[in-house]
Structures are given as structure tokens and as C-alpha cells.
Design a protein around this ligand. Structure first.
Ligand code: FES
Length: 231
């Protein structure tokens, strides 16, 4: 399920250091919007963050100049070892077939943004896609997932239902929990490991910026327990 690469843009993971972003990738701050029940329902862009053509984003969570790196990873002895699986998403994901729609789920990529909880949960919705409006809601919940943990596909053709996203990086804020979240890499920006190996190009990826993930370079939701403040 390779996604078309955003032309000229790249993110390189530095050994025990920052993410080097090149190619003029737009940077923005955005937040998870919740409904009255506290369920995640939408994204809201808060502001654009000015950057140069190339910039270094903090990966250890300790910079005094967030979101940019200020070299704090040296003093802190940051261990940024990449431990994430490198198999393609479709090999990592489980598959659930519902009526007309199938759901792929790679649990280990979860960034705990909680868009899959609404209306009884995406896992239940997928089995009820023959009921009015349910298929659209399942597609919506999956598409709002920033990490790309979830992908819904046409059950017959296998065509993935990916949202159109401007190639950009969002600094996630999660105000209902009072924490900052991952770097949301949107729109197929290639990510290259510290050893030079490219990760699979995907439309939605979340990179850890708190330094606490056990699935580096990807976010695993550890920023919540860490009460990470990325501002
Ligand atoms: S930002 Fe989510 S685990 Fe670090």
C-alpha cells in the first residue's frame, strides 16, 4: 500500500538526534477537536509555524526551543534507537472484512488520538457497514486516524480510502487530555532511517517527538503518560 511520494520533500532520522526535514515542508500546529461526549471528531489547524527550507525537529522532547532541536539530546544522553518494524503496512496489519468495506489495523502504530472510539468504535462499525450511514462513518473514523494505524478499503477492489492531505507536518496538540502529541507527517513525505533505509511511504504517519516511544521513530501514545508539553 505504497503511497505516492511528496516530491522533493524528505525527513531523515538522525542517530540519537533530531529529524532533519528538507524540501520546504510546511509546518503547522493542529489540535484534536472533541464533541460534548469527549470523543475525538475532527482536526483543527491552529497556526502555521514559520521555518526555513530545511529544519531540524526535536525528537528527544527536551529542547528549549521546541519544536526545533537545540542540541539538548547531547546533554541528555538521548537514546533514539529505532525499534519499529520495517515490514510494509499490509504485512503488519490485521484485516477485518465487513459488508462492502474491510478494515486494516496495525495496532502497534497507534498514537492514541482516539478517533476510532465514536459511535461504539470502528471495530464494531465495520461489521455493520450495510446499515445506513455506517460505512461513511467507518471511513471517516479511519481517515481521521493520524498514524495510519487504520485504513479502510473497498471490500471487492481492495482500493484504500485515503483522505487527501497537503504534504506537511503537524505538531499535534491534544487539549482534552492536556498534552502535546506526535509529529503528524501528512501526504506521503518520505522518511529515512538513521541507517539510510527508507520507511514505506505512507499518507499518514506519526513520529515521536516526546522521546518516550517504545516504537521509535513512531509514536506509541507514550506522550500521554509522560504528560508531554511540546510547546
Ligand atoms: S510523541 Fe507520542 S510517544 Fe512520543
Amino acid at each position: 500500500m505504497m503511497f505516492e511520494s511528496a516530491q522533493g520533500m524528505k525527513i531523515v532520522v538522525r542517530t540519537n538526534g533530531p529529524y532533519i526535514v528538507s524540501g520546504g515542508v510546511p509546518l503547522a500546529r493542529g489540535e484534536i477537536v472533541v464533541n460534548d461526549a469527549g470523543e475525538s471528531v475532527a482536526w483543527r489547524e491552529i497556526e502555521r509555524v514559520p521555518t526555513g527550507e530545511t529544519y531540524a525537529l526535536c525528537r528527544c522532547g527536551k529542547s528549549g526551543n521546541k519544536p526545533l532541536c537545540d542540541g539538548s539530546h547531547f546533554a541528555d544522553g538521548f537514546d533514539g534507537t529505532e525499534t519499529a518494524e520495517r515490514a510494509p503496512y499490509t504485512e503488519q496489519a490485521s484485516c477485518t472484512n465487513g459488508p462492502g468495506l474491510k478494515l486494516l489495523d496495525a495496532r502497534q502504530l497507534c498514537a492514541e488520538a482516539r478517533f476510532c472510539d465514536r459511535a461504539g468504535g470502528l471495530w464494531n462499525l465495520i461489521n455493520r457497514c450495510d446499515e445506513p450511514g455506517v460505512s461513511d462513518l467507518a471511513d471517516e473514523e479511519a481517515a481521521l486516524c493520524p498514524s495510519g494505524r487504520y485504513v479502510t478499503c473497498d471490500a471487492v477492489t481492495g482500493e484504500p480510502h485515503e483522505p487527501a492531505l497537503e504534504p506537511s507536518i503537524w505538531l499535534i496538540e491534544d487539549p482534552s487530555l492536556g498534552v502535546s502529541g506526535a509529529l503528524w507527517v501528512r501526504g506521503g513525505i518520505p522518511i529515512v532511517s538513521e541507517d539510510g533505509t527508507p520507511y514505506e511511504v505512507r499518507n499518514r504517519v506519526t513520529l515521536c517527538r516526546c522521546g518516550e516511544s517504545k516504537n521509535k521513530p513512531f509514536c506509541d501514545g507514550s506522550h500521554i503518560a509522560a504528560v508531554f508539553d511540546g510547546r
